[in-house]
Design a protein around this ligand. Structure first.
Ligand code: DGJ
Length: 930
């Protein structure tokens, strides 16, 4: 061990294991492994996944996740300079050279300067010319200055600097660049970059009476890489940063905007210290509760980099947690007002990443509308900003708090993709900003629009967490990282690796007509088919006969349920089913007892739209009395019966944002405080009722985000339950969120939103790749279909664990093809997969591609069995669809056996023929049983 340690001395010397580097074990010799990567050389093997490696001397930081790495350093003036994010790199490769590329086309600039100097060398000398440099100009200006150089000699050199109002100057016979640098550093300026960064004016005055030799910068490597040639071309707009400040010459969208008492917003944060902590440093919850990823000392390490603004002494922490089992980093920012005066936080991004120029960058996001959520949108970036945001009070149907940058057009299985998502359910922004040199800043955080947070002296503001994942296997790899991270480090622990009971929801079966008789009749039919839970949706409380009243009156409507919830739940339990209930606690109807009693509890601008008789209002969740009321009120509902499932809805966006309760200066806090109030309520209720499985919902999928996943293991995906529409919606949603979190219900036909008719099999298969439930009136379906339903529910019980715990693959993309979709889930531990293929629109005469599977073991042998073969065929004589005596297999036969390599390379020839035609396969690794 000691010998190996010595062999790695040069590595360990630079990596000061700041805190808990025990995780970085040395294991034998011969090859080095970083995460999955194996580096063939003579070095011992070092396990780094989930650790932070700090080079104390150079202040370089490397965050190693499962098989990728994220690196940054402290630059000479103390800014946090981003170096790299991608596949894990060998720990002993010195990355300092990457800073060199932090200036665009520096070599060209130097070459221009060189030619210029040479030209000047023979030019006649004139006097009194002055070259000015700022960080927009460059240090070469000194050499370039008109008529200043004669044969490589600068005459009458004077070097004058103004720093913080004090003028310092040097003059005399400087003869070399070295002397110039020595003289400059005698002024307390270590190099030109420092000088420029200090925001000072650089001035070199030259006349013909004195001569100095001025070496060409590239003749002296130190000069070339250092002060004269390189420095000023670095220019701030091009520097890759981890936390970009505005107002000091970086004109990209800044990471923060803080306003001091004097109205100024110049705040150049500089490195102060850092610390490494084992596991995950929990959030502080100082301003209220925010959801967060969890981890333990075995699988994560946290790095906290503290920055300070030397002028105001304001401090902030950049917090990074890196995981060993996923290619993910979680970031957040904490601002501490260590000044004597209040400051205003007007923007604070949770994470900023600057990407070096590539030939082409694409931004991918999930956008849509009500009933059409999370469609995949990809566009090539050009110079300028792209902003994806919500200012609706929820994360919204329109844009999801997710953005991914890919090098070139995003591919499903190949290429580098950098994904970000915010663990937050309120107003967010995801911004990309491509600046003039092709570099891209990608950042995400609370939407600064309508946000302003006064931070008193000694107060702290903590941003929500932002998840960053890297994939070098395209969108699939990115999705796998998100899915794995959420499953293992975010979802409520008690529901981890559990499949939600198959439920039937009353909404589309009876809407507001939730009478005892209707609910029980639905329950009886459902129980016979094997449904495991009944959820009573909207309509069970107050006088709720339509959407115009009763929100807030959370007592049972005796007219509909004379014997109350307890009796209903009991009767449902007696049928062998669990019981669940819908609530919408965040809203209050104008026509409600609660509103009559507490009209002041709503968010509103006094007298604007307050009296709309049919309307409902959003309760002011920023108030602790309202939070406590809702906690108490919901607790008594949840305790009133054997409730094991709660669907928590919210059918409104926030308008006329204003809290009567807040001071005028605190109105900019309301959106964020609302969100934290909601988290506070959800946190209390989910801890108080750990047995209850929550499903959150927002007029369909208007609050489908990682913030909600901390409380609810599945989220209602969309109010559009049409299977074809759902293919698109679920396909997009799967980019970030695991299938188990996607509530997907089989509804009746014609579908209530689209009037489209699709086969039961089609509807079942779409729902199978989510958390399957039913949203239909069983009493109205034919006996034949009841038998079919029972069979589907049995299949669902058998296959859901594969879908929920396996890796999800998008085999055919409906967005690209508009015609085809195919999905697959592979459970590596079981060696089992389930695959479904859908033909949306047939195109006679057009052959379908072979369906190539993914993720299988190339060497293993698999049995591919077609499940649910068709039992109807098109009789070409009559033109009718007729029952068939023998099953019709889309593969041509019931099953085939082939190696993983064949299935992935050659694929399956699937005969899908008509609109809405489908095929499904169960695949098993049979090598395991040989
Ligand atoms: C919107 C939800 O998305 C629906 O499923 C249903 O619960 C209604 N609200 C009830 O008002």
């Amino acid at each position: 061990m000691e010998r190996e340690r010595r062999a790695l001395a040069h590595v360990f010397d630079r990596m000061v294991p700041d805190a808990d580097q025990a995780a970085m074990a040395v294991e034998g010799t011969g090859r080095r492994t970083v995460g999955k990567e194996v580096f063939e050389d003579t070095q011992p093997r070092v396990k780094l996944a989930g650790t932070v490696v700090v080079d104390e001397a150079g202040k370089h930081f490397r965050l190693y996740s499962k098989s990728s790495m994220y690196a940054f350093c402290v630059d000479p003036v103390g800014r946090i300079e981003h170096l790299y994010w991608g596949k894990a790199l060998p720990p002993n490769d010195d990355l300092t050279y990457l800073s060199f590329s932090n200036g665009p086309a520096k070599l060209q600039r130097a070459a221009v300067a060189k030619n210029h100097l040479r030209a000047k060398a023979s030019a006649p000398v004139s006097t009194g010319k002055e070259a000015l440099g700022s960080d927009e100009d460059n240090g070469i200006a000194l050499l370039d200055s008109e008529s200043s150089v004669d044969g490589g000699t600068v005459k009458n050199y004077s070097n004058m600097h103004t720093i913080e109002g004090t003028e310092k100057s040097l003059a005399g016979d400087t003869t070399t660049a070295d002397t110039h640098m020595a003289m400059t550093s005698a002024l307390g300026i270590s190099n030109l970059q420092d000088l420029l960064d200090a925001g000072s004016v650089f001035r070199a005055q030259i006349d013909s009476s004195t001569s100095i030799k001025c070496p060409l910068p590239w003749e002296n490597p130190r000069t070339f890489l250092g002060e004269w040639a390189g420095a000023a071309t670095f220019g701030r707009p091009s520097k890759l940063l981890e936390f970009g400040e505005g107002s000091t010459g970086d004109y990209r969208s800044p990471s923060f905007d803080l306003r001091f008492q004097d109205g100024g917003r110049v705040c150049p944060f500089r490195y102060q210290s850092h610390r490494v902590v084992s596991g995950k440093q929990p959030m502080q919850h100082i301003n209220g509760r925010l959801p967060e990823l969890h981890a333990n000392v075995e699988n994560a390490t946290t790095l906290v980099v503290t920055l300070v603004d030397e002028q105001s002494l304001l401090e902030c922490d950049l917090v990074y947690t890196v995981f060993n089992d996923v290619d993910a980093i979680v970031r957040r920012v904490v601002v501490r007002n260590t000044t004597a005066h209040p400051i205003l936080v007007q923007k604070l991004m949770s994470a900023t990443v600057d990407f070096h120029t590539s030939n082409s960058y694409f931004l991918t996001h999930l956008s849509g509308s009500w009933a059409n959520e999370r469609r995949i949108v990809s566009k090539e970036l050009s110079m300028g900003r792209v902003c994806i945001d919500s200012c609706r009070g929820t994360s919204s149907h329109q844009h999801n708090p997710f953005a991914a940058l890919s090098v070139g057009q995003p591919q499903e299985n190949d290429g580098e993709v950098y994904g970000m998502t915010l663990v937050y359910s309120g107003n967010f922004v995801a911004e990309s900003d491509m600046c003039e040199n092709g570099r891209v800043r990608l950042q995400m955080g609370i939407n600064p629009n309508n946000f302003e947070w006064e931070l008193k002296s000694n107060d702290i503001f903590e941003s929500p967490e932002c998840v960053l994942v890297f994939s070098d296997s395209g969108l699939t790899g990115m999705s796998h990282q998100f899915h794995s991270l959420f499953r293992h480090h975010l979802l409520p622990k008690q529901f981890k690796n559990t499949v939600c009971p198959v439920l039937i929801n009353t909404w589309e079966a009876m809407y507001f007509d939730t009478t005892y008789a209707n609910v029980m009749s639905l329950a009886k039919g459902a129980a016979k088919s094997g449904v495991e839970m009944l959820v009573v949706d909207d309509g069970w409380f107050g006088s709720r006969d339509d959407a115009t009243s009763s929100l807030g009156d959370w007592y049972v409507c005796k007219k509909k349920l004379p014997e109350g919830l307890a009796k209903l739940a009991q009767d449902i339990n007696d049928l062998g089913m669990h019981f669940g209930l819908w609530v919408e606690p965040e809203l209050v109807s104008h026509k409600s007892r609660l509103y009559q009693k507490r009209p002041d509890w709503i968010l509103h601008k006094p007298d604007v739209n307050k009296d709309s008789a049919d309307g409902d209002f959003v309760l002011d969740l920023t108030r602790t009395d309202v939070q406590n009321y809702l906690i108490d009120c919901m607790s008594s509902v949840f305790e009133s019966a054997n409730i094991e499932y709660v669907k928590w809805d919210m059918n409104s966006h926030i308008t006329e944002i204003y809290s009567d309760h807040a001071a005028p200066s605190a109105q900019g806090k309301v959106y964020h405080q609302y969100c934290m109030g909601l988290y506070q309520i959800l946190n209390t209720l989910t801890s108080r009722f750990p047995r209850i499985r929550f499903e959150t919902c927002c007029g369909g999928g208007g609050r489908f985000d990682a913030g909600m996943l901390q409380y609810s293991p599945q989220i209602w995906t969309s109010d559009n339950t049409d299977a074809t529409s759902r293919l698109f919606i679920q396909h997009g949603t799967s980019l970030v969120y695991p299938p188990s979190c996607i509530s997907a219900h089989i509804s009746s036909v014609p579908n209530h939103q689209t009037l489209r008719i699709s086969s039961f099999k089609f509807r079942f298969l779409v729902s199978l790749f989510g958390s399957l439930g039913l949203e239909l009136n069983i009493a109205t379906i034919e006996e034949r279909e009841c038998a079919e339903l029972s069979m589907y529910l049995q299949l669902c019980k058998a296959l859901s664990p594969i879908v929920h715990e396996g890796e999800f693959y998008r085999l055919w993309n409906p967005v690209d093809s508009k015609q085809l979709c195919a999905w697959m889930s592979y459970h590596q531990g079981r060696g089992e997969a389930v695959v479904a293929a859908f033909l949306l629109t047939s195109d006679p005469g057009h052959y379908l591609p072979r369906l190539r599977l993914k993720g299988l073991e190339p060497q293993s042998n698999y049995l591919v069995e077609e499940i649910i073969p068709s039992t109807a065929a098109h009789n070409v004589q009559t033109g009718r669809i007729e029952a068939c005596p023998a099953p019709i297999y889309k593969l041509g036969k019931k099953s085939i056996t082939a190696s993983g390599r064949t299935l992935m390379s050659a694929g399956l020839p699937v005969h899908l023929i008509y609109d809405g035609d489908t095929a499904a396969f169960f695949i098993r690794d049979i090598s395991r049983f040989m």
